[in-house]
Design a protein around this ligand. Structure first.
Ligand SMILES: Cc1cc2nc3c(=O)[nH]c(=O)nc-3n(C[C@H](O)[C@H](O)[C@H](O)COP(=O)(O)OP(=O)(O)OC[C@H]3O[C@@H](n4cnc5c(N)ncnc54)[C@H](O)[C@@H]3O)c2cc1C
Length: 379
């Protein structure tokens, strides 16, 4: 399948790139150093539809297709993965609301997220269950007034900044993946408490938290979709989510390459710019080739997701996520090498891209899990 960006995709790409150059890059080092969540930048980005770009027009979103949102994610991460993550994940979990939620959920929450007023979160992982989603232990017990939720959610992006979240809990605890239900939970509900996780390796401007769920009461109206069907509902978004992480990785890799090209054009050794050494030229050429290969695979996955070719999309999104995330870490590593000692300190962005890129091999299914999925389809 041939793939080319349309004029509209290119216009979106150029607009996000300009936003990244002007609003994100100049402050990236400071936000990383301080571990500050960039709420004002998120609000500003929302004015240009770069926050949750897939939210439909009727809910104040931009209704962008998957390829456009892939380009937005890539460019946000190219400018800076930490701030890019905070802006680009502001609508985390909204896919579930858009696809399976009741009208009241969409009307109440989607406009606020699209407008940058608040963020959402997706609460799946737990301390004892990450890769094995079917094993989650958070329980939703039914009584006459609705459900009472109890459990512990771990590694929740936007946990302390979101006003709303999609929480996965067991409604039929003995049924494994057949017993999971998705709930819409307002984060200020009695019994929800969050603790920010501060000691992250990378994407330090992005918010991450542990969420304790202690006798949290929600109404039956808060069920998203069908009781006991949450896992199957979640599976519908794996391809889209993994394509988004592949786009994050492509962005981080491109950012690391941009930084290496800039430095190679400035730094002189032995009376010449280091970019004139063939060893450095070859490094840059290899980095650029890998980034482009990862980008092509990612856009291909985005096209399959957009066309709703489910099995193909599942396979390509896993391949794109696996390949792009591995490439991102390797390219960022080479970026440090091009910088020499300057790559090892925070004076240049090279070390930041290296730290930030690393997360793309872990969340939305680790590299090992992606290999399992790809192999399952082959064998
Ligand atoms: C910064 C960050 C943000 C995150 N954001 C969110 C979020 O917003 N919401 C959310 O719900 N979660 C989130 N996560 C959690 C993330 O999805 C999990 O960390 C990830 O799925 C891995 O789970 P785990 O950490 O429990 O590792 P484990 O599942 O314990 O895995 C440990 C190791 O064992 C390997 N392994 C496990 N099972 C298999 C297998 N079957 N075959 C081969 N190897 C295997 C893994 O690949 C890995 O190498 C986030 C994590 C981080 C670090």
């Amino acid at each position: 399948m041939a793939f080319a960006l349309s004029d509209e995709h290119r216009a979106i790409r150029d607009a996000v790139r300009e936003f990244g150059e002007n609003e994100i890059k100049p402050v990236a080092e400071e936000y990383d150093r301080e571990g500050t969540y960039p709420e004002e930048i998120r609000k500003e980005a929302a004015k240009y539809d770069f926050v949750a770009p897939g939210i439909p027009l009727e809910y104040d979103g931009a209704g962008m297709d998957k390829i456009s949102s892939t380009v937005v994610t890539e460019e946000l991460w190219r400018a800076d993965p930490g701030i890019g993550s905070a802006v680009g994940s502001a609508g985390f979990g909204t896919n579930m609301i858009m696809e399976f939620g009741d009208e009241w959920m969409k009307e109440e929450w989607l406009p606020k997220i699209a407008n940058g007023e608040t963020a959402s979160c997706s609460m799946i992982s737990e301390p004892a269950h990450g890769s094995n989603v079917a094993g989650i232990e958070t329980i939703a017990e039914k009584d006459d007034d609705g459900y009472v939720l109890n459990g512990n959610k771990m590694w929740i992006t936007n946990g302390t900044v979101a006003d709303v979240g999609v929480l996965m809990a067991k409604t039929s605890p003995d049924e494994g993946h057949r017993g999971i239900t998705a709930f819409l939970v307002e984060m200020d509900t009695d019994g929800i408490s969050t603790e920010k996780i501060e000691n992250k390796l990378g994407i330090r401007a992005s918010d991450l938290a542990e969420v304790v769920v202690d006798d949290v009461r929600v109404s039956e109206d808060n069920v998203i979709g069908e009781v006991d069907k949450g896992f199957y509902q979640l599976m519908e978004f794996f391809a889209s989510g993994r394509t988004s992480v592949a786009a994050q990785a492509v962005g981080a890799a491109q950012g690391a390459l941009d930084a290496a090209i800039d430095y190679a054009g400035e730094r002189e050794q032995f009376g010449q710019k280091i970019k004139e050494f063939q060893a450095i030229e070859h490094k840059l050429a290899e980095m650029a080739t890998r980034v482009e290969a990862a980008r092509s695979l990612t856009y291909r996955a985005a096209t399959e997701v957009e066309q709703n070719n489910q099995d193909v999309a599942a396979q390509f999104s896993s391949m794109a996520k696996l390949f792009a995330s591995e490439i991102a870490v390797e390219v960022a590593d080479e970026g440090i090498q091009v910088h020499g000692g300057s790559g090892y300190v925070t004076d240049y962005p090279a070390e930041r891209y290296y730290r930030d890129a690393r997360i793309t091999k872990i969340y939305e299914g680790t590299s090992e899990i992606q290999k399992n999925i790809i192999a399952d389809q082959l064998l």
